[in-house]
Write a protein that binds this ligand. Structure first.
Ligand code: PMP
Length: 392
């Protein structure tokens, strides 16, 4: 019994290193944008979820600064004690208006919004159906809820139906969980079919619009708006940290749902309210998303241009089928993904390698932004061509 109870940590880290799964941070300097500085090296940034470029927008910075001056840095407590400000309610009303729902509730992150909503809505007597590629926050929310979790194949409508047919009757409530745009593949959930299935099997449906808000739909509301589904009965979760350019998360839905979550969602009740600066920045971003469609239009032009460049110049690369600003290039091993990412960095391009266990297979994840110029996209394709000369 002489060795430390913590000695397993270094063994575990060794295993992670050997598998090329080790993760470390990259330090970005300056305002977030299409060009970033990585410890002094200027790079074209394809790593940020800042899809509309709003995280560095002067108007968001001004809104945050004003809120800081007026309300201070921290919100000082849970929303139910001392942590609630008018700013929070204003933001909730704006989110509900964007999403065309009766109400919304702002959480301190998108991750916490998923944990809280799922844990509040189902319990040990209930059933969760979850896409195998769902985000970690949905998966961990399901575990936290103690419901029975049944995983269905990625976007597999038939399998989802079969599993509901098989299990639904044994459980009190049922909840289907899905990403809207999948975070590590960039494809979209078949939402209209899911709504039909949810209705048939008397199941709740929660969609995580983290990567679609600001990106899809005529006013930027997300996949629900994209499909023009009117005001479907479902639970919409999202983040304020991607296209919205700030920090925080939300749930949008009926007034009853939101009222219930205020009373039952542990990750809302027992955590400090979102900071005034983040809240004000998100509020300003939502106004911009609704009134300035040109950023979204530019983003989609960039997506089309890049897809076209890739097909013409690198026909042998088969990116994972994407319908979003997230475009992933598959690699056979984690080592290859790391090597390609490192090579691109030597060419002034920042595009991260995503490896297991985050995803089942390794890839380079490219995140396009409205603020990328055509020459940025051309440089990325040039970089890929150089490294993958044998396939391009
Ligand atoms: N859902 C999805 C699909 C995500 O990709 C993320 C962030 N990576 C989250 C939720 C969590 O959002 P946040 O960063 O605000 O915690």
């Amino acid at each position: 019994m002489s060795h430390s109870p913590y000695s397993w940590l270094s063994h575990s880290l060794d295993t992670i290193h050997r598998a090329h799964w080790y993760r470390s941070v990259q330090t970005l300097e300056g305002l977030p944008g299409a060009i970033a500085s990585l410890r002094g090296q200027k790079v074209i940034n394809f790593a940020s979820n800042n899809y509309l470029g709003l995280a560095g927008d002067r108007r968001l910075i001004a809104a945050a600064r004003e809120a800081l001056e007026q309300y201070g840095t921290g919100s000082t407590g849970s929303r139910l004690t001392s942590g609630h400000r008018d700013l929070h309610r204003d933001l909730e009303r704006s989110i509900a208006q964007l999403k065309q729902t009766e109400d919304a509730l702002v959480f301190s992150s998108g991750y916490l919004a998923n944990l809280g909503a799922i844990a509040a809505l189902v319990g040990p007597r209930d059933l969760i159906l979850s896409d195998e590629y769902n985000h970690s926050s949905l998966k961990n929310g399901a575990i936290l809820s103690k419901a029975t979790v049944v995983t269905y194949g990625h976007k597999n409508v038939k399998e989802l139906t079969e599993k509901l047919q098989e299990y639904r009757k044994e459980y009190r409530r049922s909840l289907i969980l899905t990403d809207s745009i999948f975070s590590m593949d960039g494809d979209r959930a078949p939402l209209p079919q899911y709504l039909e299935i949810a209705q048939t099997y008397n199941s709740m449906l929660l969609i995580d619009e983290a990567h679609a808000t600001g990106v899809l739909g005529s006013t930027g509301a997300g996949l629900v708006e994209h499909f023009q589904l009117g005001k479907p009965e479902l639970i919409q979760v999202g983040t304020l940290s991607k296209a919205v350019g700030s920090l925080g998360g939300y749930v949008a839905g009926s007034s009853i749902l939101i009222d219930y979550l205020r009373n039952r969602a542990p990750s809302w009740i027992y955590t400090t309210g979102l900071s005034p600066a983040d809240t004000a920045a998100a509020q300003r971003a939502i106004e911009i998303i609704q009134t300035e469609p040109q950023h979204r239009e530019q983003l989609w032009q960039n997506i089309a241009y890049f897809q076209d460049l890739l097909t013409r110049h690198c026909p042998q690369i088969a990116p994972i089928a994407s319908e979003s600003p997230i475009i992933c290039l598959p690699l056979e091993t984690p080592k290859q993904a790391l090597e390609l990412s490192q090579f691109l960095k030597t060419q002034g391009i920042f595009a991260p390698a995503i490896r297991p266990p985050t995803v089942p297979t390794s890839r380079i994840r490219i995140s396009l932004m409205a603020t990328h110029q055509r020459e940025h996209l051309e440089s990325l394709v040039d970089g890929l061509k150089q490294k993958l000369l044998y396939v391009c």
